[in-house]
Design a protein. Structure first.
Length: 198
C-alpha cells in the first residue's frame, strides 16, 4: 500500500479523534493536514502507518489543546464546541455508535486536561489499551491507567453536578408554576367575590 493510500485509510479516524479532542471541525481538519504533512516527510521510515498516524494526530491535538487553553484563559465568554451537522458518519462507525459524543459531553470533556482527554477518548471511545495509550502519551502504563481513571472520575462528577442542577431547576420551575396557578386561582376567586359584593 502506498503512503497516500495508507494515510487515506485512516483519515476519517484521525479526523474523528481530533474533532472529539478539540471540538472544532476547523481545528480537527488542521490536525489531519499537519499529520499528513508529517506523514509525507516520514512515510518511508514508518513500520506501522496507522499507529504512527494516530500517535502523531493525538500529540498534535494535545499540543493544540494546550495552545487553546492559553487562548481561552484570556477569553471571557463561554466556549461551546461546534456540532457536526450534515456530515456522513466516519468509517469507524463502531466507535461512533458505541459512544455518540453529544455537544454536552464535549463540554464535559473540555474541562479535562489535554492528556486526560486524550487518554479518556483513546481508551473509552477507541478501545485502545493502556499500553498503547502509554506509548502515545509517553507515560508508563500505570500512569496511563491513572490518567484514564482520573478523567472518568472528573466526568462522572460533572455529570452528577449537572443532574443535580437540573433537578434543582425542575423543582424551581414546579414551584413557580404552583405559585402562578395559585395566583390565577386567587384572582378568579377575587373576581367572583368582587362581583358578589358589588
Amino acid at each position: 500500500m502506498g503512503s497516500a493510500a495508507a494515510f487515506e485509510s485512516v483519515r476519517h479516524r484521525l479526523f474523528g479523534l481530533a474533532y472529539r479532542m478539540l471540538g472544532s471541525r476547523a481545528d480537527a481538519e488542521d490536525i489531519v493536514q499537519e499529520a499528513y504533512v508529517r506523514w509525507h516527510q516520514a512515510a518511508d521510515t514508518v513500520r506501522n502507518p496507522e499507529a504512527w498516524l494516530v500517535t502523531t494526530a493525538t500529540r498534535l491535538a494535545i499540543d493544540r489543546l494546550r495552545a487553546l487553553k492559553a487562548e481561552r484563559e484570556a477569553y471571557t465568554g463561554p466556549w461551546l464546541p461546534e456540532p457536526l451537522i450534515g456530515t456522513e458518519p466516519p468509517p469507524d462507525r463502531e466507535a461512533e455508535l458505541a459512544s455518540d459524543l453529544s455537544v454536552a459531553f464535549m463540554v464535559l470533556l473540555e474541562r479535562l486536561a489535554p492528556e486526560e482527554r486524550a487518554a479518556f477518548l483513546l481508551h473509552d471511545v477507541f478501545d485502545c489499551g493502556y499500553g498503547e495509550i502509554a506509548r502515545l502519551l509517553g507515560k508508563s502504563e500505570a500512569a496511563s491507567r491513572q490518567i484514564v481513571h482520573r478523567a472518568r472520575g472528573r466526568v462522572a462528577l460533572q455529570v452528577d453536578a449537572a443532574e443535580h442542577a437540573a433537578a434543582i431547576v425542575h423543582v424551581q420551575i414546579d414551584r413557580e408554576l404552583a405559585v402562578f396557578r395559585l395566583e390565577v386561582h386567587l384572582a378568579a376567586i377575587g373576581e367572583v367575590f368582587g362581583h358578589v359584593g358589588a
